[in-house]
Design a protein around this ligand. Structure first.
Ligand code: FAD
Length: 219
């Protein structure tokens, strides 16, 4: 539901504005992967402003990710979340992006004699769970990694581990956000947040923003 609020600037949606003074149902702080995706999901349902402290979205962790999609990363308790993201990343809706965000990679966790117990524990942690993990012995390891030092004697191979096209994914979320009239403001580091009139007042380097106030009834 939109509450009909307006931003107080010359705002074609979809632009990163130099200065802002306005209000929104929801303010999201930070236009990295978390903020951009959250803002995009919220934008069809409310007026949303996305406040980024840097000159462009994507600095910091999002711009530095090694960009693996690995179901084993984080352990068996994180696996359901990673697995749930797989179909969307592999085959996103056409209106969101026209190709897969994932590319084939595969991952090997290798062990020497001292690491065998850890390798067994790694394997046991995921036993019976919906993840493909294949045991690799020394000859198979040599076939995969030419010249690997003799001390590495065994490995687990995770064939479904993939590269994530982070730039495309981040860009697709920002595009969807803009399509739903979301407002992105760069150079808008949030310096203070205060309660005001039942909502929030955010003081940014680009001006103040009000968010989350009770909606003004429509006439
Ligand atoms: C080296 C490295 C490798 C990684 N490898 C992987 C990987 O292989 N696979 C994987 O899934 N994940 C990986 N990650 C993790 C992944 O990149 C992060 O979990 C993800 O990008 C975090 O997104 P974020 O939006 O939370 O944070 P960020 O991308 O850091 O975004 C936060 C944003 O908030 C802005 N901000 C902060 N404070 C304010 C403020 N007060 N006002 C306004 N804006 C503000 C920042 O400028 C920034 O743009 C890796 C991370 C790193 C650093």
């Amino acid at each position: 539901m939109r509450f009909g609020r307006r931003f107080g600037l010359s705002s074609a949606p979809a632009r990163a504005h130099a200065r802002v003074r306005g209000d929104a149902d929801i303010a999201v702080i930070g236009a990295g992967m978390a903020g951009a995706s959250l803002a995009a999901e919220l934008a069809p349902h409310a007026s949303v402003i996305l406040l980024e402290g840097e000159t462009l979205p994507g600095y910091h962790a999002t711009g530095r990710s090694a960009a693996f999609w690995s179901e084993s990363y984080g352990g068996p308790h994180i696996l359901p979340l990673t697995a749930a993201s797989g179909p969307f990343l592999a085959d996103p809706p056409a209106e969101f992006h026209d190709r897969s965000f994932l590319g084939p990679r595969g991952a090997l966790s290798i062990a020497d004699a001292d690491g065998m117990a850890a390798l067994e524990a790694f394997s046991a942690d995921f036993a019976g769970l919906p993840i493909r993990l294949e045991r690799v012995d020394r000859p198979a390891l040599e076939a995969r990694i030419a010249g690997i030092k003799p001390r590495w004697t065994a490995a687990m191979f995770e064939p479904d581990c993939s590269d994530i096209d982070v730039a495309a994914l981040h860009g697709a979320y920002l595009k969807a956000f803009r399509r739903d009239s979301g407002i992105l403001v760069a150079n808008a580091e949030v310096e203070a947040i205060r309660r005001q009139d039942g909502g929030w007042r955010l003081e940014t380097r680009a001006g103040d923003v009000r968010a989350g106030e009770p909606p003004t009834p429509r006439r």
